[in-house]
Design a protein. Structure first.
Length: 572
């Protein structure tokens, strides 16, 4: 009995041992599973974090190591490969209040450190800087710090003033072409100009090493800005705008809006001047529209005989009267009307043409839509609407009652002189043979006739001051009063000269516009385009002609022998 009891006890002990071992093994397995689960969760969290950083704003999440390994933001060049925007290594001034650990972030007082920093950077506000240092807020104090400035900051001896090296955006031409280029903001993305348009391309690691050429010619851009600035300052105008456009491709060789800003330093004044007068501001461009209306009438067969006399007396339409700036005689033919810029004759021609045909011509010239160009800032035209009454049709013919940008006007003039084909403007350099086909607006014969008439205006009419010897310039002046409360402001003009050269084989359109010019000694105390905008073109063309392959040649010109007998000035 005792033996049996002992045997049972042994057996029970074995069972308990086996059970204990099983429980221990089970517990060990569970522990392994828990540990593996924790590691899996940590790994999943890490993967999710990586994915988040991949899709989040790279300018904010990119590590300094990744920045160092990636190529810098892509370069922008002019059509000849000259740099317009490029990335370069620079220093920044960063405030790190925790550099000394807990306690005061600075060894000296915030007032002392601020005073020393202002001695290095005089444009900084000492009071604001003192408040910033005292607040203990981490962040940039200044971007774009020169090496010698960085050395002086280090000599202050404050560990909280850190000088990290970064890749910065630099515009080697300064403010030149600012409205074309735009700038890069602190978040690393482009703003305003082609920096914004090309942002995805310029920040793509696979494309960064390839410079992006624009249609701009740096030499032409510099000459345009220089002559516009001289013209603007000489007549105390509040602003100026201009462009040079290839009539056969639509490429913009130069585009300027003044006053300009410096993309290397964006401040409050720079932000004020970012508005682009060429592509974003709409104006009533006055008499520069007269050749377009005449071209539409010639194309439609309304004007067949250029010698026909048209009534030049004031035109009464309802309670309104259309008249010229000064009496031009009882009648004028079309060449005389353009040379002397007659509102009355142009209005009568448009009246005979009819609103439907003139309106369709303007639509075909792109006047009813925002200008065609890559820039994000593009103004909406003030378009007269679907139905044009008789008076509206007449006023549009001489550039009133419709407001467009100077770029609209440039593209329209290109179509008028290049054989009749309208093409969209572009800031991208086009390879030979890749220009868009465009759409036909005028017959080739109409375009040929308009080249004669525009040349006659520059030789004998209001465009004389643009008649650069040997360059066969043709164009039309326009001086329009700016609209205001209760009507037009007689004291505020927009003066424009729209031109093309050389008129025997037009290659380039040039637009020069002045916003609210004043009568000064430089303009013989006149405010009209003949005295301020036309001279700008007359000085610009000889500067850019040889650059663009157009040499002066006094032995060549447009043959206007068939219309010269209709122009009294040609007989003098």
């Amino acid at each position: 009995m005792n033996a049996l009891t002992a045997s049972a006890a042994v057996q029970a002990g074995r069972v308990q041992l086996v059970t204990f071992r099983r429980q221990s093994l089970t517990m060990a397995r569970w522990r392994v599973l828990w540990v593996a689960g924790v590691f899996a969760l940590v790994a999943l969290a890490a993967v999710l974090r990586i994915v988040y950083f991949g899709f989040a704003d790279r300018a904010l999440s990119r590590t300094s190591l990744e920045e160092a390994l990636l190529p810098p933001r892509g370069e922008i060049t002019d059509r000849n490969g000259q740099p317009l925007a490029r990335a370069f290594p620079a220093y920044a001034l960063w405030y790190n209040p925790k550099a000394l650990g807990e306690g005061s972030p600075l060894v000296k007082s915030p007032e002392e450190v601020a005073a020393e920093l202002v001695a290095i950077f005089p444009t900084m506000d000492q009071a604001e800087l003192t408040d910033r240092l005292a607040s203990g807020r981490t962040g940039y104090i200044r971007r774009r710090v020169l090496p010698e400035e960085a050395n002086r900051v280090q000599n202050i001896g404050e560990l909280a003033l850190e000088m990290p090296r970064e890749t910065d955006r630099h515009y080697p031409q300064g403010s030149m072409g600012a409205h074309v280029l735009g700038y890069v903001a602190a978040d690393g993305h482009g703003r305003v100009g082609m920096e914004q348009v090309l942002d995805e391309h310029l920040t793509d690691p696979a494309l960064r090493g390839t410079p992006v050429p624009l249609s701009i010619d740096l030499r032409v851009q510099g000459a345009l800005e220089d002559e516009l600035r001289r013209g603007m300052l000489s007549v105390n105008a509040m602003g100026a705008a201009g462009l040079v456009l290839d009539v056969d491709t639509g490429e913009v060789l130069a585009l300027a809006s003044l006053p300009e800003f410096d993309p290397n330093r964006i401040d409050e004044q720079g932000e004020k001047y970012m508005f682009n007068r060429v592509t974003n501001q709409v104006y009533e461009l006055g008499s520069t529209f007269k050749p377009l209306a005449m071209a539409a009438a010639i194309d439609a067969g309304v004007v067949r005989d250029l010698g026909r006399r048209w009534n030049a007396e004031p035109v009464k339409v309802g309670r309104f009267t259309i008249k010229d700036s000064h009496p031009l005689g009882a009648s004028l033919n079309v060449p005389e009307a353009l040379i002397h810029s007659s509102n009355t004759v142009t209005a009568r021609v448009a009246d005979e043409l009819g609103p439907e045909r003139l309106r369709q011509t303007m639509i075909d010239l792109g006047m009813s839509e925002r200008p065609y160009i890559e820039l994000p800032a593009r103004g909406h035209p003030i378009w007269p609407g679907k139905d044009w009454p008789r008076l509206r049709n007449m006023t549009v013919s001489y550039g009133h009652g419709i407001a467009v940008t100077p770029l609209h006007l440039a593209s329209a003039y290109a179509a008028m002189v290049n054989g009749g084909i309208w093409r969209p403007a572009t800031l991208r350099k086009l390879e030979p043979g890749t220009a868009p086909r465009g759409r036909r607006v005028f017959k080739a014969s109409t375009s040929s006739r308009m080249r004669q008439l525009l040349r006659a205006i520059s030789k004998y009419g209001t465009g004389r001051n643009a008649n650069a010897p040997g360059y066969r310039v043709g164009g039309k002046t326009g001086s329009a009063e700016k609209p205001g409360a209760g009507g037009y402001k007689r004291s505020s003009l927009v003066s424009t000269f729209a031109a093309a050269f050389p008129m025997d084989r037009p290659r380039y359109v040039v637009i020069a516009m002045l916003d609210e010019p004043r009568g000064t000694v430089a303009s013989s105390f006149q405010r009209t385009a003949a005295w301020n905008a036309a001279p700008i073109v007359g000085k610009l063309v000889p500067r850019i002609g040889p650059i663009l392959g157009v040499r002066p040649d006094n032995t060549r010109d447009v043959d206007i022998s068939d219309i010269a007998p209709l122009i009294p000035e040609a007989q003098e």
